[in-house]
Design a protein around this ligand. Structure first.
Ligand code: OXD
Ligand code: MN
Length: 638
């Protein structure tokens, strides 16, 4: 149970000036915690509206302090939502309801006046894979069916947050209303949250994105797992770009509930970016310094769980190279007044996939995540630590393991100890190679953009687009093996244009038009496609990946510098003979790694053609259709 104001004062968790337990002048608010006086009239009005709808027992305005975190941790411990991980400093483990473990793409909707504003409307009767539209009246009906009284007996938390450094001209403010303390604590890691944001709202233009979230209550009124309330059957994630509004119900998990991330920074963000002439993308940002001391920044779009965090924190094996991390998931990129494309990472933390992260694959992440972090759905060890698939097995010596479902686990069980989409949520500032400019309010200059995915066959290690239009086509034609980040099953190769398929805020055809228009706005970076995941005919990876990817970045760096180290191929520019630095790397079968089988590319072209026809139809810009025609002709001549 939440401590009452007076109790809080007595136990010394809050200072008297912060918790005066006063009533606002408005009818609805009984503030339990926080300073309501610094809410702007527009924020106050939004909170009042949500209070009236959700009828919480109390309201807590988040100030973003440590004191507040201690209070919320206490509440969650008592409820069993989190357990401490005493092996580390200030780390916690949350186990979700097993029905609430991933993003729910099929239940995610965008509401615009016409369907065409949200998704391409084509003649083909296939299900649309580029987002879901909902009519305004259906959105309102969905809200009405779920939200009235949904916070009864609960605390409503008001989280003021900034995507991007507070006050940066590239940043945006959100106000998330939630009934989940887990969401509050995670948002405090993933965004800049609390009083500084409210203070800024007072002094700035006062604009904010409205983000309403409730974990909900099943119709039966019974929670299958009281420590992780949710309503999986009625889960829904709604966006209304025209009002800068997000409404999410029924799930406490990651992208469904931490509304700054996918909902604001990508779906609403991409619509704002379109209006304002910039790009909101599912991309990591890294800085790379070459042995001569020259530094460039690269942004890279890979689908969820394809190694963005590993690349963003790479330890290069090539001598003399240094990689620094600006962000691992989202990039907001805008031309400055000199025509240079500048990017910020709008996030403040990493919400990374845990399985596969180890000293061998990502030592930098391992040096980042064991302080001040929330782990979700990983396994725990009897010495107060965590475990997941892919972590060094020495973690298991002399301990027993409890799996993500809370059951005793053994390696022989054949079941995964951690859920494949289990996560760490950790402050970016703890990353030992965080870039010195990662909070620069101007952003960092981007020299290259990479697209990539998991392609076991046919797609070479790296190739370069001939020009911007060709690069936009490569982004549009991206495909990758499905991962556990969403509800899809199996290893099917899915189209995932720009790694944005689940995150487009508006019609993909218009999105392509917007990307094409960037060429008129400033100096566009070079575009590349990379594939670390190609396999041999025996099913073995042909490329070692991880730190060895620095060899590919080195080639890209040299291309950015203008070195003529390429040769043309039907699909784009490949490294010319001996131009990829393979010094002291043995057993690399370059022939297989760069082979372009004609039959594979014929099928690839046919798949892209079918996809564009079925999914994009008449919305496909002529320039992209032309690129496809040209590729088809070149492949026919192979
Ligand atoms: C993520 C995702 O959580 O892309 O970043 O699913
Ligand atoms: Mn992501």
């Amino acid at each position: 149970m939440l401590l009452k104001g007076a109790q809080l004062l007595r136990c010394g968790l809050v200072s008297p000036h912060r918790n005066s337990n006063f009533r606002l002048t408005c009818r609805f608010l009984s503030i339990q915690y926080g300073d309501a006086k610094i809410l702007t009239p527009a924020v106050k009005q939004y909170v009042e509206k949500c209070v009236e709808l959700c009828q919480p027992e109390r309201v807590h305005i988040c100030d973003g302090t440590e004191v507040e975190s201690k209070l919320l941790q206490g509440i969650m411990l008592k409820k069993g939502t989190i357990i401490p991980l005493p092996k580390y400093e200030n780390c916690w483990l949350a186990r979700t309801n097993p029905a609430d473990v991933a993003r729910v793409e099929g239940k995610t909707f965008i509401s615009t006046d016409s369907k065409e504003q949200t998704v391409p409307v084509t003649e083909k009767a296939t299900p649309g894979m580029l987002g879901n539209w909902i009519a305004e009246k259906d959105m309102q009906a969905a809200i009405k069916e779920r939200f009235p009284g949904c916070m009864k007996g609960r605390t409503m938390y008001v989280i003021p947050f900034s995507m991007g450094p507070v006050g940066s001209p590239l940043s945006k403010i959100g106000i998330e209303i939630t009934d989940s303390p887990y969401v509050v604590e995670s948002m405090k890691i993933m965004t800049r949250a609390g009083n500084p944001v409210l203070n800024y709202l007072q002094s700035g233009d006062g604009q904010f994105v409205k983000c309403l979230h409730s974990v909900g209550t099943p119709k039966s009124g019974v929670q299958a797992m009281p420590s992780w309330p949710c309503d999986p059957e009625r889960t829904i994630v709604l966006h209304k770009p025209a009002e800068n509004e997000i409404v999410s119900y029924g799930s406490g998990y990651g992208g469904n509930s931490l509304l700054g991330k996918k909902c604001l920074a990508l779906r609403i963000g991409s619509t704002i970016a379109k209006r304002e002439g910039w790009l909101a993308e599912h991309m990591l940002i890294l800085g790379i310094t070459n042995p001569q001391g020259k530094k460039i920044y690269i942004a890279a779009a890979f689908p969820s769980a394809c190694g963005k965090t590993n690349l963003a924190m790479m330890t290069p094996t090539l001598p003399g190279y240094k990689v620094e991390c600006v962000g691992d998931d989202i990039a907001w990129m805008k031309f400055d007044n000199k025509g240079v494309l500048r990017a910020i990472n709008p996030e403040n933390g990493f919400f990374g996939v845990a399985p596969g992260t180890s000293r061998a694959t990502n030592p930098i992440a391992m040096d980042t995540i064991f302080r001040n972090s929330v782990f979700t759905n990983v396994a725990s060890t009897s010495d107060g630590g965590v475990y997941w698939e892919g972590m060094e097995k020495d973690q298991l010596k002399g301990v027993t393991v409890t799996d993500w479902l809370g059951k005793l686990w053994s390696q022989e069980s054949g079941k995964p100890a951690a859920h494949p989409n289990s996560r760490f949520c950790t402050p970016a500032s703890q990353c030992p190679i965080i870039d010195p400019a990662w909070e620069d309010s101007e952003g960092v200059p981007i020299s290259a953009i990479l697209f990539g995915g998991r392609r076991p066959s046919g797609v070479p290690l790296v190739y370069e687009a001939r020009d911007w239009k060709h690069g936009v086509f490569i982004g549009a034609a991206m495909r990758s093996e499905a991962t556990a980040a969403a509800e899809f099953k199996g290893k099917v190769i899915m189209h995932d244009p720009f790694a944005m398929r689940p995150f487009f805020g508006y019609n993909f055809g218009d999105y392509l038009g917007h990307w094409l228009s960037m060429e008129q706005r400033g100096q566009v970076p070079k575009i590349f496609h990379v594939n670390w995941f190609r396999k041999s005919s025996e099913g073995k990876f042909l490329w070692p990946g991880f730190g060895e990817n620095s060899r590919v970045l080195d080639w890209i760096f040299r291309r950015v510098e203008g070195e003529q180290c390429f040769e043309d191929s039907p699909i784009g520019r490949l490294p010319s003979k001996n131009s990829l630095n393979l010094d002291s790397l043995e057993n690399i079968d370059l022939d297989q790694l760069f082979d372009l089988p004609k039959d594979f590319w014929e099928q690839e072209v046919a798949a892209i053609e079918r996809y564009f026809e079925e999914q994009v139809g008449h919305h496909l810009p002529g320039a992209v259709a032309e690129e496809l025609r040209e590729l088809k002709a070149r492949v026919a001549d192979m």
